[in-house]
Write a protein that binds this ligand. Structure first.
Ligand SMILES: Nc1ncnc2c1ncn2[C@@H]1O[C@H](COP(=O)(O)OP(=O)(O)OP(=O)(O)O)[C@@H](O)[C@H]1O
Length: 808
C-alpha cells in the first residue's frame, strides 16, 4: 500500500467516524429534548428525569468535544487486528455493535502508548494521524516489529512516537494548555493509569508533564470509576486563578466537565482571598502551630464572669457564681464537640443551675439547699432539694426549667459567655487585635505576632484560608443557620459517628484531628457508605460539581493537587479534610518550592496523614525547555540541591540563552527589542521579580477570577508598570508577570528581568528563578540591569566554556 492509499483509507474511516458521531449526537439531543419537555409526576420521577437530563447533557458535551481531533491513532496488532484510537469510544449500530473507535482510556488502547521496539506489546505498527476537521492531512508510521520488506528503525530511548511528539512540542503556545492524548509517553501513561487507590505522588522537574499527567489521570479515573466519581466528584487544586484559567480547557477537550477546579484562595466557600500577605505572614500562618493558636483563640471566647451575676427569672433574682459558670464551661469543653455544638451543653448546665435555685427559692425560702450546694463538700451545681420530701413534682420542675430556659436574661448571659461564633468574624477579630494575638500566640516573638496582625475589614489573604477552614472545624456549624435537609441529616450522621468514636477510642475527635493519626478511625470512616451515597445523590437540580464546590465538608471521591510543594502545613490539613478516603494524586516538584511555608520533602508533608502508605512516581523527561535552556536550569538546580537530578530535555535549542546587561535606564529598550523580534504567533512573557520583600504585598493572584485574556499586566508589581506599558505598546497582549504567577505556566519566549533581584529575595529566590527560567518552550532571555552578579555570571561563563570545548 502506498502512502497515498493509506491516507485514503484513513480518510474514509475518519468520515465514517464523524458521521457516526453526528448520529449519536442527534440521538442524544432528541432524548434530552424529550426529557426536558416532560413535566410533573412524582418526586421520584422528577428526580429520575433530572439525572437523565444531566447524563444526556454531559454525553452531548463529550460528543461535541470529541469532534476535533476525534481519531488520532491506529495500532496494527501482530495477529492482524486493527485498533483505532480516539477521544471517545464509538460503536457501529450493526448487529454486533462493531467497535469503530476505541476510547484512549480503554485497556485495549494501552499498547499505543506503551509499545517500543524493545517491548512491542503485541503491536506490529503504530500510526499517528494528523487531521483538520474532516480531512486527514498526514500520517506517520512506526514499525515495532520488523516489516517484511525493511529494517527495523532504531528505538529512541523511552520516547514513543517521536516525530508526532516533537511536532506537538514545537507548536506555538496559545496561552491555554492543550491535551496530550495523541502523544502520551510511556512513563506518563504508567502514572495516568496507576491503580494505587491511596496517595500517589508525582514528582518531576519542570516541563516533565506533571500537570498534563494529573489532568489526564482525572479523565482516566472518571472513565474507569465513572459511577463512583460521578457522585462524589473530583477536586483539582491549582496554585492560582491564572493557572486554573491556563488548564481550564484540557478536561472539557477530553469530554469531562464535572470536575471542581479550585485554588486555595477559593477553597473555603463564601470567601475569596484577595488580600496581600507578607512572606513572614505566609510562613507564620502556614505553620502547624496555628492549630494551637486558633484553639486558644476559641477558648478565649468561652468566658466566665469575675463576680456573681444576678439573672432575673419571673420576678426572682437568681445568682450565678463564677464557679458555676466555670463548671458549666468545663462540662461543655469535656463534650469535645466543636464550640457551637458544645454550646448546648454549656446552656444546659447554666439552666440546670438556675432551675435548682429557682426550685429552692420556691420550696426552700430560707436557702438551706443552696447553702449546701456551695459548701466545700458540694459539687458546685446544687441539689434539687430532698427527693424524700418533694414539694414539687417532676412536671412542676420541668415547667420551671422551661421558664428559666425561655428567659431572655438567661439567653443573654449564655450568649455573652459562650457566644455562637463564625470563622470569618472570629479570625477577623483575632488578627485585627494585637491584644488577642498576644493572648493566643503568647509564645511567638514580637515579629511573628506582628506578622499575624492586619487591619479589621481588610480582605483575607490566601494564607488565611486554611485558618478559616480550621476554625470552621473547631467551631462547627452554626446551629442557627439554615441548611438543606440533606445537609442537616448528614451533619447529624457525622455527629453520631463522632460520638460513637469517642466511646470507642476514649479520646476526642478534635484531638485525633490534631495529628490525624492515620491508624485512628475518623468519623467519615464509620459513617456508612449508604449515608454517604445518599448525601452525594441528594435531590437537587445542581450538578455534583456545583454542590461539592459550595460545600466545605464535601467528601470528594478523588483529589488532585498541582504544585503541591507549595502547600503549607495548614493547607495540607484543608486538603486532607476534602479527601477523607485519601485517594489522591499529588503533583509537584520539591525543588520549585517558592512559598516560605511550602515543603521540601514529601515524607514530611505526608507522614502525619498516611504514615508511609503513599507511592512515589517520577517523571524524568523534560518536554518543555530545549537543551540550551535546560543547561542553565540544571546549574541553578545544582545550587538549590547538589544531589537533585535534572530531567532530560527531548529537544535541542534553536538559539542559545541570551544574557543581556543593559544600563539600568536602558532595560525597557532592551526588553522591547527582544519581544519585538518574536514572531506574532508565538506567546511571550516578561517575568519580573515579585517585589515581595518583607512588608510588601506578596504576589498571589487571589482574585479567583475567570478569563485573564486581555488583562495580562494584572498583578504587575508597581515598580515594573512602565516596563509593562512599553511592552504592551510594541506587542499588545504581552504578559508582564511577577514570577509567583508564572508557576505552572509556559510561553514560547520568556524574558526574565533583573534575575539578581529575584535571587536576593530570601529564602526562596533561587527556586523562583529556577521556575522562571524553565517557563520557555523556545527562547530564554535574561536581562540584568548593570551586569550579572557572581552566581549568574559564573553560570554564563561555565556554559560558554563548555560550548568552546564542544566546538574545539
Ligand atoms: N506526552 C506529551 N506530548 C505532548 N506534549 C507534552 C507531553 N508531555 C508534556 N507535554 C507538554 O510539555 C509541556 C510541559 O508540561 P506540563 O506543564 O504538564 O509540565 P509540568 O511538569 O507541570 O511543568 P512545571 O512543573 O514546570 O510547571 C506542556 O506544554 C505539555 O503540553
Amino acid at each position: 500500500m502506498t502512502g497515498h492509499d493509506a491516507v485514503d483509507e484513513e480518510q474514509r474511516h475518519l468520515g465514517r467516524l464523524l458521521d457516526r458521531l453526528e448520529e449519536l449526537r442527534a440521538d442524544t439531543r432528541a432524548r434530552l429534548d424529550a426529557v426536558l419537555r416532560t413535566s410533573g409526576g412524582t418526586p421520584q420521577a422528577r428526580s429520575e428525569r433530572e439525572s437523565f437530563a444531566r447524563l444526556y447533557s454531559s454525553e452531548l458535551a463529550a460528543f461535541s468535544a470529541a469532534n476535533l481531533g476525534l481519531y488520532f491513532g491506529r495500532l496494527d496488532m501482530g495477529d492482524g487486528e486493527v485498533r483505532r484510537i480516539g477521544r471517545v469510544g464509538l460503536r457501529d449500530d450493526d448487529e454486533d455493535l462493531t467497535t469503530l473507535l476505541l476510547d484512549w482510556r480503554a485497556d485495549h488502547s494501552r499498547p499505543f502508548y506503551l509499545a517500543t521496539t524493545a517491548r512491542p506489546e503485541g503491536a506490529h505498527r503504530r500510526r499517528h494521524l494528523r487531521t483538520i476537521g474532516r480531512r486527514v492531512i498526514g500520517i506517520h508510521d512506526e514499525y515495532l516489529t520488523a516489516p517484511e520488506d525493511g529494517e527495523l528503525p532504531e528505538d529512541h530511548d523511552d520516547v514513543v512516537g517521536e516525530s508526532a511528539l516533537l511536532e506537538a512540542l514545537d507548536t506555538a503556545r496559545s496561552g491555554h494548555m492543550t491535551d496530550i492524548v495523541a502523544t502520551i509517553q510511556r512513563e506518563q501513561d504508567e502514572i495516568i493509569r496507576n491503580p494505587h487507590a491511596g496517595v500517589l505522588v508525582v514528582q518531576g522537574g519542570p516541563g516533565t508533564g506533571k500537570t498534563a499527567v494529573a489532568l489526564h489521570r482525572a479523565a482516566y479515573l472518571l472513565y474507569t470509576h465513572r459511577q463512583r466519581l460521578d457522585r462524589s466528584g473530583v477536586l483539582i487544586v491549582g496554585p492560582n486563578a491564572r493557572f486554573l484559567d491556563y488548564i481550564a480547557r484540557v478536561l472539557p477537550s477530553l469530554g469531562e466537565s464535572g470536575v471542581v477546579l479550585r485554588t486555595l484562595a477559593d477553597l473555603y466557600p463564601g470567601v475569596r482571598a484577595t488580600g496581600p500577605e507578607t512572606l513572614r505572614g505566609e510562613e507564620v500562618k502556614g505553620s502547624g502551630e496555628m492549630v494551637a493558636i486558633l484553639k486558644a483563640a476559641v477558648r478565649a471566647r468561652q468566658l466566665a464572669p469575675r463576680s456573681e451575676v444576678v439573672v432575673r427569672v419571673e420576678g426572682h433574682d437568681l445568682t450565678l457564681a463564677p464557679a458555676t459558670v466555670r463548671a458549666a464551661r468545663g462540662r461543655a469543653r469535656m463534650t469535645r464537640r466543636p464550640h457551637n455544638q458544645a454550646r448546648e451543653a454549656f446552656a444546659t448546665r447554666i439552666v440546670d443551675a438556675l432551675t435548682e435555685q429557682y426550685v429552692a427559692a420556691l420550696t426552700d425560702p430560707v436557702g438551706r439547699a443552696e447553702d449546701d450546694a456551695w459548701s466545700p463538700e458540694g459539687d458546685g451545681v446544687g441539689d434539687l432539694g430532698d427527693p424524700a420530701r418533694p414539694l414539687l413534682d417532676a412536671d412542676d420542675r420541668a415547667e420551671l426549667r422551661r421558664e428559666v430556659k425561655a428567659s431572655r436574661e438567661v439567653a443573654e448571659v449564655v450568649d455573652e459567655w459562650w457566644p455562637v461564633l463564625r470563622p470569618e468574624r472570629l479570625l477577623a477579630d483575632l488578627l485585627s487585635s494585637r491584644e488577642r494575638i498576644a493572648e493566643a500566640a503568647g509564645d511567638y516573638v514580637a515579629e511573628d505576632q506582628e506578622a499575624l496582625f492586619r487591619r479589621d475589614g481588610a480582605a483575607f489573604s490566601v494564607a488565611d484560608v486554611p485558618l478559616l477552614d480550621e476554625l470552621a472545624e473547631l467551631l462547627g456549624e452554626d446551629p442557627t443557620a439554615d441548611g438543606s435537609e440533606a445537609d442537616r441529616a448528614w451533619a447529624e450522621q457525622l455527629r453520631q459517628a463522632e460520638e460513637a468514636l469517642e466511646i470507642l477510642t476514649g479520646s476526642a475527635v478534635q484531638d485525633i484531628e490534631d495529628d490525624l493519626d492515620p491508624e485512628v478511625l475518623m468519623a467519615y470512616d464509620v459513617v456508612d457508605a449508604e449515608a454517604l451515597a445518599r448525601r452525594h445523590s441528594a435531590d437537587s437540580d445542581l450538578t455534583v460539581a456545583d454542590r461539592a464546590g459550595a460545600d466545605r465538608t464535601w467528601a470528594f471521591g478523588h483529589v488532585i493537587v498541582d504544585e503541591a510543594q507549595e502547600l503549607s502545613t495548614m493547607a495540607w490539613r484543608v486538603i486532607m479534610r476534602r479527601s477523607p478516603n485519601r485517594w489522591m494524586t499529588l503533583v509537584g516538584d520539591v525543588a520549585q518550592t517558592s512559598s516560605p511555608a511550602g515543603i521540601d520533602s514529601w515524607h514530611d508533608a505526608l507522614s502525619p496523614y498516611v504514615d508511609d502508605r503513599w507511592v512515589l512516581t517520577e517523571l524524568t523527561v523534560n518536554y518543555r525547555t530545549p537543551e540550551t535552556i535546560s543547561a542553565v536550569a540544571e546549574l541553578l538546580l545544582a545550587e538549590i540541591d547538589p544531589d537533585a537530578s535534572s530531567p532530560r530535555p527531548v529537544r535541542p535549542g534553536r538559539r542559545p540563552v541570551a544574557w543581556r546587561e543593559p544600563e539600568p535606564d536602558a532595560v525597557a529598550r532592551v526588553v522591547t527589542e527582544e519581544i519585538r523580534a518574536v514572531p506574532s504567533e508565538r506567546a511571550v512573557a516578561v517575568l519580573v521579580p515579585d517585589d515581595g520583600g518583607e512588608g510588601d504585598g506578596h504576589g498571589h493572584d487571589g482574585d479567583g477570577g475567570g478569563d485573564h485574556e486581555g488583562d495580562d499586566d494584572e498583578g504587575t508589581p508597581p515598580r515594573y508598570a512602565a516596563l509593562a506599558e512599553a511592552a504592551e505598546e510594541v506587542r499588545p497582549g504581552t504578559s508582564v508577570l511577577p514570577l509567583a504567577l508564572a508557576k505552572g505556566l509556559e510561553f514560547d519566549v520568556v524574558v526574565v528581568v533583573d534575575p539578581d533581584r529575584v535571587l536576593a529575595r530570601s529564602p526562596q529566590g533561587l527556586q523562583d528563578l529556577y521556575v522562571g527560567a524553565t517557563r520557555a518552550t523556545q527562547e530564554l532571555v535574561l536581562v540584568q540591569p548593570g551586569g550579572f552578579g557572581p552566581l549568574l555570571a559564573g553560570i554564563r561563563d561555565r556554559l560558554a566554556a563548555g560550548d568552546r570545548e564542544l566546538s574545539a
